[in-house]
Ligand binder design. Structure first.
Ligand SMILES: *Cc1c(COP(=O)(O)O)cnc(C)c1O
Length: 394
């Protein structure tokens, strides 16, 4: 049966992914089921999206209720879900204003436009520069790709948008060397995800913030993957005591509906985008906002972030045991429920395929990292089950 589905999909869908040979049919809690009924423990969450797991009753009901009422009206009008969701995002971030998008990539595009607008208002010039990081990932559209530090992704699509320079993540001197009077923003992930799970060091993040403060440069933190509780903090930057001027968010923001956001502090909210500068047809429609609103309610009510903090200590302990036990595991990197195991001398893809065969969904990052982004509601017993299945796959 799965082959029929796969053949049908491959006969019609553009071949931009080499997909795993599995057809997922439904999800329940922290488990996925394929169309033969086989169960899989999910330690990937649809790439860090399904933070509440599958089938959360309250979440499902909120979406069903909103579908019955109203799903879309455009941004020419107000809706109650939009007002609710926006107020809750502002509260959760402690920032000033939010713009809802349909994806993480679009949140990045909005942030790029905001920083360029500010710089242009200041001196009327068009030569402003953005500093981004090597091994970063911000999305695949031309703007987001232009600040993504991955030559392979960029090469076929050049020219990129101009005036982007790349520094080395966690190397403050490499950032300082690129700063000049044209620099308008420094953009980076608080914890690099696709690049291989590299958390920013405190020294680096604080140092970058200082550079920004001293030179009227905006700090844009991409929290699309590491935000929304995944790091053990609601937003990863909150652990560092460093505030961004603009933050991007998506993936788990709607826990399965396509929604992203860029969130601005008071300075950037007042001094950048104004009516006429930016827009979206779908962005922040009542349906996705009902999801965002309910997600943030559930996070608060079920103390999701505290749960991550608690259970991730156990997860890290068990992963560290693996690193000691297996020679080909070089180290573990990560925070909270965003963890990477660095593999040496064995192809990561084979381990991930084996794991899938053994009923465990994990993904990769960079060229040699096993990446784990489990739903934030996993318990210790699920960690144990994952370890068992992973050992079997080794
Ligand atoms: C996934 C991701 C994006 C892109 O988000 P999309 O929703 O796929 O457009 C951008 N930045 C980071 C850090 C991501 O992990």
């Amino acid at each position: 049966m799965s082959n029929q589905v796969i053949d049908k999909a491959e006969s019609a869908i553009l071949h931009t992914y080499n997909r795993f040979q599995v057809v997922f049919d439904r999800g329940e809690g922290v488990y996925l089921y394929d169309n033969t009924g086989k169960q899989y423990l999910d330690f990937a969450s649809g790439i860090g999206v399904q933070s509440l797991g599958y089938g959360n009753e309250e979440y499902k009901q909120a979406l069903k209720d909103q579908i019955d009422k109203l799903t879309h009206i455009s941004n020419l009008y107000y809706s109650e879900p939009m007002a609710e969701a926006a107020a809750k995002v502002v509260k959760a971030t402690g920032m000033n204003r939010v713009f809802f998008t349909n994806s993480g990539t679009e949140a990045i595009e909005g942030a790029i436009k905001a920083v360029r607008k500010y710089a242009w208002l200041k001196d009327g010039k068009h030569d402003h520069e953005i500093i981004a990081m090597n091994h970063s990932f911000h999305g695949r559209s031309m703007g987001a790709l232009s600040i993504t530090g991955n030559e392979k992704y960029q090469e076929p699509f050049k020219p990129m948008i101009g005036n982007v320079k790349f520094a080395d993540f966690n190397d403050l001197d490499s950032v300082k060397a690129l700063v000049n009077e044209k620099t308008c923003a420094i953009i980076m992930e608080t914890i690099q995800g696709e690049g291989g799970i590299y958390p920013a060091t405190e020294e680096f993040l604080k140092g970058v913030r200082k550079i920004c403060d001293e030179n009227d440069i905006f700090l844009v933190l991409d929290e699309i993957q590491c935000g929304m509780g995944r790091s053990g903090y609601m937003f990863a930057w909150q652990e560092y005591g460093v505030e961004p001027d603009i933050m991007t968010c998506a993936k788990a923001l709607g826990c399965g509906v396509p929604v992203g956001a860029f969130v601005l502090n008071e300075k950037t909210a007042k001094g950048t985008l104004a009516p006429g500068d930016h827009g979206t047809t779908y962005g922040g429609n009542p349906f996705v906002c009902a999801a965002v609103s309910k997600v943030l309610d559930i996070f608060e009510k079920d103390k999701i972030v505290e749960h991550v903090k608690e259970v991730s200590v156990y997860l890290e302990g068990r992963l560290d045991e693996l690193v000691k036990e297996y020679d080909f595991l070089e180290t573990r990197r990560g925070k909270g429920f965003m963890q990477g195991l660095v593999v040496q001398g064995r192809p990561v893809g084979e381990i991930i395929n084996k794991a899938l065969e053994n009923g465990l969904v994990i993904i990769s990052a960079g060229s040699n990292v096993i990446r784990m982004l489990p739903p934030l509601v996993i318990e210790k017993e699920h960690v144990d089950e994952m370890i068992e299945k992973l050992k079997k796959s080794f």
